[in-house]
Design a protein around this ligand. Structure first.
Ligand code: SF4
Length: 503
């Protein structure tokens, strides 16, 4: 059996970081994070099946020779996949007369839209449904749809490591590793509980070290993202054991990886966990701040954020040596009419340079989705990318007003270069870098390219030099972070301009 695994193109205008990743490596990178889903699917296939992989975020188009070679197409797509990319891929594969099996969160969330368009829908977690499909397919009895029972979740302690042999590491900036799935919190807009369950399912500590060892032996050096939904929600004992084991492993290897992950704000007050994360070389944490408004936090059920002083907690994370990347949303029913000013002031004071600011969207089967459906405020079922200025809800303040405020905040955060670099400079003064890593060739190329394109040929030039010189004289160890922030702004500026132009 010859399987062509295709990963459809992502839509995320915020997370693609395309203009920034071109700075990395001699010729630039092509995609930010390697896709965990299809690489894990490959590991779940029978050994005797031949496989090839095309990531449409890396390759512009499918090759005729791959399509002719394949017996079946496995089309994989996640929540942020471009529906046009999925549609076009289906059309092309059909032109070649290929059978198509589709799976991943994109299809799991909206299977009815693809019934009849693909031959097989393999929904839910691949560990559960893919083996059933393979068994039936080999007998010539495959059904058109495979889905797990409600509340049936995979035992990920048995999940094999991703098949790294399918990708070229040079195409990507970050490699994914997953410690756990699910989240036991219940924020009203979030679909993690729907997709992965409300009970945390961790792998075992040795399994994680083995996965990182495999990645290391495959040749990867650089950043690894633990793509957990909320790492800090895991039971403390198993997380602690894992982080200690990872630290021991990386010491022996000479710290080959820096790590990033997603946690909740509760981390800031947990001294032991902060220390463990620091020791395990986690240097960047994504945290859903959502909104500085107490009413807004109450509305979306963000209890942890309500129970702490947000500014103080953010500062604690920075002082622990981690850059906090914030998630924030606008369009809550309780958003006051001056939410733009509140957001701008908050992020200025909290010294967070990079904020993923989205419009509130209702994802299927979330509390928010049911509420808005009942109120007749859902425009359509699914909006994939809430950072593109689009929403599928009718906001209380009206869509025109919301877009107007959203544009103002994006302008203040990113188009106003002075504001961005001021936040970055103030963050530099607060951050005590803890990451242990060697300067790589990627870092050197990125710095040299930034001197020319930002330091000489950009309107950001004066701010760039101020940031770098201040960092050299006041926080020399943080210099690579300052360069990274300057390079990230190239993307953020382009992103903000693009969104403002299109909405
Ligand atoms: S903490 Fe994060 S992952 Fe968990 S429910 Fe809230 S938004 Fe979702």
């Amino acid at each position: 059996m010859k399987v062509l695994i295709i990963y459809a193109k992502n839509t995320s205008v915020f997370w693609n970081f395309k203009p920034s990743i071109k700075y990395l490596g001699l010729f630039g990178k092509k995609s930010l994070v390697a896709p965990l889903g299809p690489l894990t699917v490959s590991s779940l296939l029978p050994k005797k099946w031949e496989r090839r992989f095309v990531d449409l975020n890396v390759k512009k188009r499918l090759k005729r020779k791959d399509l002719l070679w394949a017996d079946i197409i496995f089309l994989s797509a996640n929540v942020s996949t471009h529906k046009e990319s999925v549609g076009n891929t289906i059309i092309i594969c059909r032109e070649y007369g290929k059978l198509i099996a589709a799976g991943g969160p994109f299809f799991t969330l909206q299977p009815e839209k693809y019934k009849g368009k693909v031959d097989y829908l393999i929904l839910g977690e691949a560990e559960i449904t893919l083996p059933l499909f393979i068994k039936d397919y080999e007998k010539g009895e495959a059904k058109s749809i495979y889905k797990p029972e409600s509340n049936q979740w995979a035992d990920i302690t048995k999940t094999p490591p991703p098949d790294w042999s399918l990708i070229y590491f040079n195409d990507y900036c970050v490699m994914p590793v997953q410690f756990s799935r699910g989240c036991n919190l219940d924020c009203y807009f979030c679909n993690i509980g729907v997709l992965c369950g409300y009970k945390l399912r961790p792998k075992n500590p040795v399994q994680i070290v083995n996965e990182e060892e495999k990645l290391y032996r495959s040749g990867w050096r650089g950043t690894v993202m633990w793509v957990d939904d909320n790492l800090s929600a895991n039971k403390k004992d198993i997380l602690k054991e894992t982080l200690i084991l990872v630290d021991e492993w990386q010491r022996k290897k000479g710290y080959p990886f820096k790590r990033i992950t997603q946690v909740d704000i509760g981390v800031a007050c947990d001294e032991e966990l902060k220390e463990l994360l620091k020791n395990a070389n986690f240097n960047e944490l994504f945290i859903g701040i959502e909104t500085p408004s107490q009413e807004g936090l109450k509305e979306c059920g963000k209890k942890k954020n309500l129970s702490v002083d947000l500014e103080e907690s953010i500062s604690k994370v920075h002082k622990n040596g981690q850059q906090l990347v914030a998630g924030a949303i606008m369009g809550l029913d309780s958003d006051p009419i001056n939410i733009d000013k509140i957001m701008e002031d908050f992020f200025k004071k909290s010294k967070i340079p990079v904020i993923m600011l989205g419009l509130l969207c209702a994802l299927p089967e979330t509390k928010l989705w049911y509420k808005l459906k009942a109120e007749g405020r859902l425009i359509e079922d699914l909006v994939i990318d809430n950072t593109s200025g689009i929403t599928n809800i009718i906001p209380k303040m009206g869509i025109v007003k919301l877009r107007d405020l959203y544009k103002k905040v994006l302008t203040a955060l990113y188009i106003n270069r002075r504001n961005y670099y001021q936040r970055a400079t103030r963050f530099m003064q607060e951050c005590i870098p803890s990451a242990k890593s060697r300067v790589s060739w990627d870092d050197i190329f990125a710095f040299i390219k930034s001197i020319f394109s930002i330091g000489i040929f950009s309107k950001s030039s004066p701010y760039y030099w101020t940031l770098l010189f201040r960092t050299i004289f006041t926080n020399r160890k943080a210099f690579p972070i300052a360069v990274k922030l300057a390079i990230q702004h190239v993307h953020l500026l382009k992103y903000a301009k693009g969104v403002i132009k299109t909405i």
